[in-house]
Ligand binder design. Sequence first.
Ligand code: GEK
Length: 243
Amino acid sequence: MKEDTIYTAEDGTEPFRFNDAVASVFPDMLQRSIPGYPASIEAIGSLAARYVRANTNCYDLGCSLGAASLAMRQGIRQPGCSIVAVDTAPAMIERCRRVVAEEQRHAASATIDVIEGDIRDTEISNASMVVLNYTLQFLRPDDRDAMIQRIFDGMNDGGLLVLSEKVVDENPEMEALLVDLHHEHKRRNDYSALEISRKRAALEDVLVPETVAAHRSRLERAGFAHTAVWLRYFNFVSIIAIR
Ligand code: GEK
């Protein structure tokens, strides 16, 4: 796995982009930066085994290198399922296609279609499982209600949405503590204080976090019957919602 040293060189004045440099170090970046990321991928596999129904579609929206799609494919126990993996970044899609093709050789039941495109334009239909693993946070806040509503509308009754996000706490004191704990976690994972502050500056206005309450009320407004936070590690949460 290639090491993420991007912010040893870049000074953080340019907004963060999912370009070739990022895609080439992405597994290392996610593992060292998102507390709970491996747990989110593991749970997506287990949830696929429980919720994916025969002859339905599954969506991995903002798939990056396809980790959630591969976990779904491994978990699915039903025949006739298609996984649609979508990302807008060409550098991610190119690598994702290679990873999926490599794994296809040991292929399990479901097919994976890797599509370069914007998730705001992706048609969602006959879905028994949809994954937004740390992706909604990159959409403009104004676009988020419509995105969640389209997901709900394209899902079958009993279908499952996994929504993982970086969040912000309502309480400024708790927020400061959680941010500090996250930065300490990154330092333990060998990012320097300078790299951490540069990356933070680059993500300003690119990754816009909301509160857990805002996410849950959006899901409820869209029509989801049940929502729960199943994972929280500092300011990183994963929510499941059942239609
Ligand atoms: C994982 N889910 O490994 N349309 C499509 N893709 C988008 C859009 C958009 N409008 N906006 C951002 N992206 C993955 C990790 S990373 C999370 C997801 C992170 C894509 C973007 O190109 C990037 O690949 C992904 O969303 C977010 O489980 O880097 O913190």
